[in-house]
Design a protein around this ligand. Sequence first.
Ligand code: ATP
Ligand code: MG
Length: 299
Amino acid sequence: RFHQIKDKEITKEQHLGRGTRTNIYAGWLKVHSSLEDDDDESNNNHRNVKGIRVVLKILDQSHKDIALAFFETASLMSQVSHCHLVFVHGVSVKGSENIMVEEFVEFGPLDVLLHREKAHVTPQWKFTVAKQLASALCYLETKRLVHGNVCGKNILVVRKGLEEGMSPFVKLSDPGISQSALSRAERVERIPWIAPECIADGARIRSAADQWSFGATLLEICNNGDLPISGSTLPEKERFYETQSRLAVPSSQELASFISMCLTYDPAARPSFRTILRELTEIQIKNPDISSECESLPD
Ligand code: ATP
Ligand code: MG
C-alpha cells in the first residue's frame, strides 16, 4: 500500500523539529535513473548527486498500534495525488525504526511564516492560501478520505509569493499518526483545531471533522498565525468545548458568518468543501479586510 524504501537509499541530515511522537530530519533520497524524468517541478532545485531533498519523519520507539497508525497514514498519502498535498515517497523500516520519507518543502510551516511575515501578507494572499487548502480537502472529500490533522503547522509553504505580482503556493502535509491511536490528552491538546466530536474516546472520525479544522485554520490565517485557546491548559481547552464556546471571528461580516458555519458544534450543519470553495471565491471577490482585529461572537 506504500512504497518500501531501503535504508541505504536515504541519508539523514539536520534535525528540523519534533512532531506528535516523531522527530523530523532533513535528508536525501537516492533516485534511480528510471525515475529521473517523471518528477514534480517543485523538486527540480532540490536535487543533486545525493538525490532528492526529503524530510524523514522518524517515529518514536512505540507500541505496535502506533506504528500501524503511522503506516496507515503513509498508505493514505500514497493513494492520493494532488498539487496541494505533500508527496510521500514511502516508508523505510530500519530495525525497529519506522521512517516516513516525504517531499521537502522549502519554506516550512505556514504558522511560522505568518508570524514572521505578517507585515507583508495581504488579504488576497490569505485567500489564495485558503483556497489551495480547500481544494486539497475538496479532493479528499470526493475520495471520501479524511485528513484529521488540518492546522497551520501542517500547511507547508512551497513558494512565499510575497513579491508584487506573485502568489503563494502551499501544500497540506500528511496528518501523522491517525487520531484514533492518540491519547485523549493528545487530542485535547489539539483544541481548537480538532473537531469537538473527535475528543471522545472511540470516536469515529468523519469528513465533517476536517471542515471544523479548516474553519479554525482559516481563523489562524486571518490572525497571522495566532489562534486563541491554542496556548491554554488542557482543562481550559476541555472546558471550552464542553461549554460549546465560540472562537472570536474577524470583523468582516461575511467572513465571520462563513467561518462560524465551519465552526459549528453540529457536524451535519457544516458546509461541504465544494460549498466552502465556492463561498471562499465569492468572498474573495468582495475583498474584505480580513487582517483587522477580531470581535467575539455572542454565545
Ligand atoms: P504532527 O503529526 O503533529 O503534524 P509531525 O510529525 O508532522 O507531527 P510537525 O510538528 O508537523 O511534525 O513538524 C515538525 C517540523 O518539521 C515543522 O515545524 C517543520 O519545520 C518541519 N517539517 C515537517 N514536514 C516538513 C516538510 N515536508 N518539509 C520541510 N519541513 C518540514
Ligand atoms: Mg505535521
